[in-house]
Design a protein. Structure first.
Ligand SMILES: CC(=O)N[C@H]1[C@@H](OP(=O)(O)OP(=O)(O)OC[C@H]2O[C@@H](n3ccc(=O)[nH]c3=O)[C@H](O)[C@@H]2O)O[C@H](CO)[C@@H](O)[C@@H]1O
Ligand SMILES: C=C(OP(=O)(O)O)C(=O)O
Length: 448
């Protein structure tokens, strides 16, 4: 168990490289189960806990998986099981994405029910509605969902009641080997859906319309392994952009695709942050006082819910009052209580938070209540007076590759220490010694 120690006050400058997208690589790894011939090579696969977890699921199913230097190979030619047990699905909801590929390829699958997680209840009714429409028989019992089909799944027209990312992905994967045509209406439009569709298409699938609200899939008999490079992580990119902005910094976020970050860029510009879109990334320069803005999360191309907490951290340093509305998940304001421990003034009314800008944030002991909340607390810690300790690092490790090291590279004072390590304002030197002993960090701290 570890925690991050952040000492506020440093301006971030320099270059930071974005890793491959967590939310792309997970469905793509699941889709590699569809490769009945050849081996899949997945490049720019970020070394995250979630990636390790889904690789374990695949191994359990009988696939041969290797992972070296951010390249995953999957040989799924022979599968021995169609069951994803509780042990893995409980660790990560996205394990549920193996359901579509297994059902369509093997005609039978049994997956542990993904538990409700902190940010909301996160039901899976839309995934199941899609499979049922394609002829699968679904049974729930003893904490598992079992799906069976007599022969191949059949293409169907499926209207999603909510434009769910996971349901669109699961149904799209299932449809690739179904008999006939599947049409997904009110499909999610996220860039990760397009990345998955591109991967499936290279495998031999026939998919049209990914990235729009209507996706059409013509089923084929067989898919094969291919070589694919995952898109850069837009949420990681956005997190660094906000970290740069809050410190009044000047940072080039290498690999960030501006097109995937439209609403984040627009909101930063509205706040007075200068954005320079370049061929291989985005430069963020913040040298003016920040203006308050209102933010409403929405499915893509709206403002991403996965950037809401980081944005809230930035709004705390703006001039004026901002209103943040969370419309995607019903319980994604848990960071508010943690921000309050840092002297933030935020009032929550239902799904709306009213954020008073200009707070004098003070370092405190806080806890990452979910992945992005963890990143947001670190961002707030970068400008807080004194030292902030962020525990709950297992959430952060699900989705950020070397977050502390990448921020250190931009000049931030941030370290990871073991949970029981006492760190006071002068304790950073000690913390860095611990890291060196553990062989985790190579960079020396720059004590302000
Ligand atoms: C691994 C991955 O890609 N995770 C992302 C994915 O999660 P995930 O795919 O789980 O999110 P969804 O798009 O499915 O969820 C969006 C909303 O739809 C609801 N819903 C979803 C499915 C369903 O069957 N019924 C239903 O009601 C959910 O409760 C939620 O309120 O998209 C979310 C929304 O952009 C992001 O925050 C997550 O980072
Ligand atoms: C909510 C997130 O991920 P997941 O769907 O994997 O929980 C996220 O990436 O912010």
């Amino acid at each position: 168990m570890s925690k991050f120690i952040v000492r506020g006050g440093n301006v971030l400058t320099g270059n930071v490289k974005v890793s491959g997208a967590k939310n792309s690589v997970l469905p793509i790894i699941a889709a590699s189960l569809l490769g009945e011939e050849g081996v899949s090579i997945i490049r720019d696969a970020p070394p995250l806990d979630d990636v390790m977890t889904i690789n374990k699921v695949l191994e359990h199913l009988g696939a041969a998986v290797t992972y070296e230097q951010e390249v995953i190979t999957v040989d799924a030619q022979k599968l021995v099981s169609c069951e994803a047990p509780y042990e893995w699905v409980r660790k990560m909801r996205a394990s549920f994405l193996v359901m579509g590929p297994l059902l369509t390829r093997m005609g039978h699958t049994r997956i542990s029910l993904p538990g409700g997680c902190a940010i909301g209840t996160r039901p899976i009714d839309q995934h199941l509605k899609g499979f049922e429409a394609m002829g699968a028989e679904i049974n729930l019992g003893q904490g598992y969902i079992e799906a069976k089909s007599e022969g191949r799944l059949r293409g169907a027209k499926i209207y999603l009641d909510v434009a769910s990312v996971g349901a669109t992905e699961n149904i799209m994967m299932a449809a690739t080997l179904a008999e006939g045509t599947t049409i997904i209406e009110n499909a999610a439009k996220e860039p990760e859906i397009v990345d998955l569709a591109n991967y499936l298409t290279s495998m031999g699938a026939i998919i049209r319309g990914a990235g729009t609200g209507m996706i059409r899939i013509e089923g084929v008999e067989k898919l094969h392994g291919v070589d694919h490079t995952v898109i850069p992580d837009r949420v990681e990119a956005g997190t660094f952009m906000i970290a740069a902005a809050i410190t009044g910094g000047d940072v080039f976020v290498e690999g960030a695709i501006a097109d995937h970050l439209g609403p984040v860029i627009s909101k930063l510009e509205e706040m007075g942050v200068a954005i320079d879109i370049q061929e291989n990334g985005v430069r963020v320069t913040a040298n003016k006082p920040l203006r308050s803005v209102d933010v409403k999360t929405l499915p893509y191309p709206g403002f991403p819910t996965d950037m809401q907490s980081q944005m809230m951290a930035l709004l705390l340093k703006s001039e004026g009052t901002s209103v943040v509305a969370e419309t995607v998940f019903e319980n994604r304001f848990m960071h508010v209580e943690q921000f309050s421990l840092m002297n933030a003034e935020i009032k929550v009314e239902g799904r709306t938070a009213i954020v008073t800008g200009g707070s004098n944030l003070r370092g405190a002991k806080v806890c990452a209540t979910d992945l992005r909340a963890g990143a947001a607390l670190i961002i707030a810690g970068l400008v807080a007076e004194g030292t902030t300790e962020v525990s709950g690092t297992h959430h952060i490790d699900r989705g950020y590759v070397n977050l502390a090291e990448k921020l250190q590279g931009l000049g931030a004072n941030i370290w990871r220490v073991s949970m029981d390590e006492e760190v006071d304002a002068s304790g950073l030197e000690k913390a860095s010694t611990v890291q060196e002993e553990l062989g985790i960090f190579k960079v020396q701290p720059t004590l302000a």
